[in-house]
Design a protein around this ligand. Structure first.
Ligand SMILES: Nc1ncnc2c1ncn2[C@@H]1O[C@H](COP(=O)(O)OP(=O)(O)OP(=O)(O)O)[C@@H](O)[C@H]1O
Ligand SMILES: [Mg+2]
Length: 310
């Protein structure tokens, strides 16, 4: 359905997108995962025809989008990272406004507003002004306006940033439902790996303007098949301890984690005694060492030496 080849964008001295290749099959739910500044939003803006690439090609159903943006615009729903709503207008007025720009009117428009409002779970708040909404409600209306014209491809740019867990859960379930029951093709951008793990069939991991890994979740995790993730729980963290761990020959990556440190090591290495000895010599008390199944976050850590979020 969508094919992106060698996509590039340069802003003066910054290369935001540096040769991105990606594709989406019809009905797929694909994640674009990467830390702040990776180039996710810039990539999305170019696919949405809002930003002109410096180089590369984008095809939608075989048609060159850069030459014929009209092939993608009417069937594309975009949920931008920043909330783009009229604060002084009510939810319904916002939805009507965006619906009209897609050519809806009369009964059709009215029915669509009711249907989408129900979908985002805000039927009882339709007549309230957006400025009176919570962050999570605004995010839901931000999604609602993107759904007014029944897009076949929905691109979401971090739709759950800064909202309460309940709204977040609601949005994730909604996206899942749009994909599974309405067969909507989804490109979902996030820097929360657990969202992408929950929603997406296939994942692209982006960093510094480039795709550094891609595949199904299983494929990506198999990158770590020769490795093991250990969680070392400690009483108190110590800079010296983490330094010693990071230079240990069998330890590939170390980062701080909740309650301690996360360590990626070669599988089968018997590190436990070394870890306990290092802890002891640095006056660190270990509460426990756990072997974990790798996550997408670990794949990122393995490939970049950094965490997705700081
Ligand atoms: N309009 C612009 N002018 C100049 N530089 C820009 C512009 N838009 C983005 N950039 C730069 O391009 C790089 C990629 O930014 P982008 O917004 O695409 O990242 P992102 O992956 O969406 O990050 P985030 O997770 O923070 O939203 C950054 O270094 C950013 O400063
Ligand atoms: Mg962004």
């Amino acid at each position: 359905m969508l094919q992106v080849d060698d996509l590039r964008k340069k802003f003066k001295s910054t290369t935001a997108v540096d040769g991105v290749n990606l594709y989406l099959n019809e009905g797929e739910s694909v994640g674009l995962l990467g830390p702040n500044g990776a180039g996710k939003s810039t990539t999305i803006s170019m696919i949405s025809t809002l930003l002109r690439p410096t180089g590369g090609e984008i095809h939608f159903k075989g048609v060159d989008v850069l030459k014929k943006p009209e092939v993608i615009r009417p069937v594309l729903g975009v949920v931008p990272q920043e909330i783009a709503l009229y604060e002084e207008l009510t939810a319904i007025e916002n939805m009507k406004f965006f619906g009209k720009t897609y050519g809806l009117s009369g009964e059709n428009l009215k029915n669509k507003v009711a249907e989408v409002l129900e979908l985002v779970g805000l039927t009882d708040r339709g007549k309230d002004r957006v400025k009176e909404f919570s962050g999570g409600m605004k995010r839901r209306i931000n999604m609602a306006v993107a759904l007014m014209h029944d897009p076949v491809l929905l691109i979401m740019d971090e739709p759950t940033v800064g909202i309460d867990p309940q709204s977040r859960n609601y949005i994730l379930e909604m996206v899942r439902d749009l994909n599974k029951t309405k067969n909507m093709t989804i490109l979902y951008t996030s820097h929360y790996m657990e969202e992408v793990e929950r929603l997406c069939d296939r994942v692209y991991i982006m960093d510094h303007g480039q795709i550094i890994a891609s595949g199904t979740q299983e494929e990506l995790k198999s990158i770590l098949s020769s490795e093991e993730t250990l969680l070392i729980e400690v009483q108190e963290k110590s800079a010296d301890f983490i330094k010693k761990l990071s230079v240990h020959p069998s330890i590939q990556q170390v980062v701080e984690a909740n309650g301690g440190y996360k360590v990626i090591t070669a599988k089968g290495e018997d590190l436990f005694s070394d870890i306990f000895n290092l802890a002891k010599s640095n006056q660190v008390k270990i509460r426990g060492v756990h072997v974990q199944t790798p996550t997408l976050e670990d794949v990122f850590l393995h490939m970049t030496g950094r965490k997705l979020r700081d």
